[in-house]
Each structure stands twice: as structure tokens, then as C-alpha cells.
Design a protein around this ligand. Structure first.
Ligand code: C2E
Ligand code: MG
Ligand code: MG
Ligand code: MG
Length: 294
């Protein structure tokens, strides 16, 4: 009997795996359509300085507008895009969209001190041509790369060999800064950080949202990452700050920047412009761009 039910169980397991596989294949096909139609949109999540509460940067977050998969978020479709070799088209679309945006911001003298953070798949770091494309676009769109930070998620870095380090160094030589996204969730050992020439560490939101200062005095994980960042002289950004208490704790621990629902969700372009005008008054009315980024 045990043997029989074991067999049934494994059959059930196989069919579940099969169903999941089919779903991913379908999603990949839909993503291909979305890429052809450029059916994507960017939202912008403000990043605040902990001491002044001023917006210093915005992180571009992609959303898919292609009707059949409109309800699916990047947490799901980006890994599928990575698996089916669609990620480079998506990453390049995001980068070119932001570069066009920066070009028009500059012409309008808008957001002049605002940094843009762009998520890229670690897969781009294995492609020697990637820095060449960005170098070409810096010239084409007249972009100041020091206003752009590229965020890389370490979970996707299977091995950090010389070619990856070379690519990062080429991007840094072009003027981009580099952030390690979701730090603490990947494989990277603390002692490997010195091999990896990054400027910023982003503390993964799971460490922050799960931390309730009313229940615990401190988060050893958060403090360990902050200490590490300090010893490597890296900037620190906390993700997923949802409460005032979390914010105050992070500020006290000298985490320099943060993002999260506590201060702002991701905003569409129009709302970002309005919010910016209210907060900073940095944009003269005649120069307000209310519309889509491209
Ligand atoms: P990420 O780069 O770590 O982005 C942060 C994610 O956490 C975003 O989810 C953001 O909406 C969410 N978040 C930020 N603050 C809070 C908070 O206080 N509470 C909660 N519950 N969530 C918060 P999103 O937009 O769904 O993006 C998920 C992931 O998809 C991103 O994680 C990033 O890894 C990837 N992604 C998003 N856009 C792009 C893109 O343009 N290119 C690539 N390659 N990946 C992207
Ligand atoms: Mg990110
Ligand atoms: Mg993150
Ligand atoms: Mg993430």
C-alpha cells in the first residue's frame, strides 16, 4: 500500500511540475508579445535620505500592460524572462526609456539632482556587449551616467568570475554607480564583498518588513549589514520601510537612505511630477511635463 501511494504521490507531483512548466511556457510566449508591442510601463519609487526625508532618487519599476498578463507582477515575470532569454530585451527597453526621459528632463531643466535607479538582471553582466550598448546610448541621449545607478540582484549571480568583475568595472568607468539589490538573500558571502566593486547595498525588504521594533529591540541582520557596509565604505538603502518605527530605527542605525510604503509607493510619471512640485518646488510650471515618460 505504501508503495502504491508513494507512486501516486510522485505521479501527482509530476503532473503539478508539468502544469507549472506549461504555465511558464505560456507566460514566456505572452512576454514575447509584450516585448514586440512594447507593452510595458515604468513606475517610480522615491528613495529618501533618512536624515532630511528629501527624495534623492527614484527606482524605476516595470509593469506589463499586455492585457493577458496585466495582473502579473515583475516578481513573477522577470525570472521567467531570465529563463527564456527575454530579459535583455526588457532591460534594454527600460534603460533606453529612462535615458530618453533623462534627456528630456535635462532639456526641460527638470529633476536636475534626481538620481535614477534601474534594475538590471545579473545576466547582463555575462554579456561583454552590454557596456558597449550603454556607452553608445550615453552619447546618443546625452545622459550623465553619474545620475544613474544600476541595481543588480545577487541571487542571479551564479558565479562571480573575472568577466563579471570586468563588466562591472567597465560600467563604473563609464560613470554609472552600482548597487547590490536584495542584499542578504543571495549566496554572496560577506567576505566576497571586497571582490565586488559596488557603491551601494540595498538591504532586502524581507529583513525590514519582518522587523517590528515594538516587539524586538533590534534586528541583528540589519545591523550586521549596516556594519559591513560601513567597513567597506558603501552607501546603504533599506527597502520595504512601512512604519515610522522602522524608519526611526534605521535612521538611528545610520542607514542613509530608505524606500517603502511608509513614505511613498511606486508612482506613475504624472504623479511623480506633481509630488515633486509640491515637495521641492523645483520645476517651474511652464516646464511641467505631465504625460508618459516617452
Ligand atoms: P526590487 O528591485 O528589490 O524592488 C523592490 C520591490 O519591493 C518592488 O516590487 C517594490 O514595489 C517593493 N516594495 C518597496 N517598498 C515596499 C514596502 O514598503 N512594502 C512592500 N510590501 N513592498 C515594497 P516590484 O515593483 O513588484 O518589483 C519586484 C522585483 O522585480 C524588483 O525587486 C526587481 O528585482 C524586479 N524588477 C522590477 N522592475 C524591473 C526592471 O525594470 N528590470 C528588471 N530586470 N527587474 C525588475
Ligand atoms: Mg531594485
Ligand atoms: Mg530589492
Ligand atoms: Mg526584489
Amino acid at each position: 500500500i505504501a508503495k502504491q501511494s508513494g507512486k501516486n504521490q510522485s505521479r501527482m507531483f509530476d503532473s503539478e511540475v508539468y502544469a507549472i512548466r506549461q504555465e511558464r511556457i505560456k507566460l514566456a510566449a505572452d512576454l514575447r508579445q509584450a516585448i514586440n508591442q512594447e507593452a510595458f510601463e515604468l513606475f517610480y519609487m522615491p528613495i529618501f535620505a533618512s536624515d532630511t526625508l528629501k527624495i534623492t532618487a527614484v527606482e524605476a519599476l516595470i509593469r506589463c500592460n499586455y492585457a493577458p498578463i496585466k495582473h502579473i507582477g515583475p516578481e513573477i515575470f522577470i525570472p521567467v524572462a531570465e529563463e527564456y532569454d527575454l530579459i535583455q530585451s526588457i532591460d534594454l527597453w527600460v534603460i533606453e526609456t529612462i535615458f530618453k526621459q533623462l534627456q528630456s528632463n535635462r532639456q526641460l531643466n527638470q529633476f536636475s539632482n534626481l538620481k535614477f535607479s534601474i534594475n538590471i538582471s545579473a545576466k547582463e553582466l555575462y554579456n561583454v556587449n552590454f557596456p558597449n550598448i550603454l556607452a553608445e546610448w550615453i552619447v546618443r541621449y546625452d545622459v550623465d551616467p553619474t545620475m544613474v545607478e544600476l541595481e543588480i540582484t545577487e541571487t542571479c549571480l551564479v558565479e562571480v568570475g573575472d568577466s563579471v568583475i570586468n563588466n562591472i568595472n567597465r560600467l563604473k568607468t563609464l560613470g554609472f554607480s552600482i548597487a547590490l539589490d536584495d542584499f542578504g538573500t543571495g549566496y554572496m558571502a560577506f567576505n566576497q564583498l571586497n571582490l565586488f566593486p559596488v557603491d551601494t547595498i540595498k538591504i532586502d525588504k524581507s529583513f525590514v518588513t519582518s522587523f517590528d521594533p515594538a516587539k524586538q529591540h533590534r534586528s541583528v541582520a540589519i545591523e550586521a549589514v549596516l556594519l559591513l557596509a560601513e567597513s567597506f565604505n558603501l552607501r546603504t538603502v533599506a527597502e520595504g520601510v512601512e512604519t515610522q518605527e522602522q524608519y526611526l530605527y534605521l535612521k538611528k542605525q545610520k542607514c542613509q537612505f530608505f524606500q517603502g510604503y511608509f513614505k511613498s509607493p511606486p508612482l506613475d510619471w504624472q504623479t511623480l511630477c506633481q509630488r515633486w512640485d509640491q515637495l521641492e518646488g523645483a520645476c517651474p510650471p511652464e516646464n511641467r511635463v505631465l504625460g508618459s515618460p516617452v
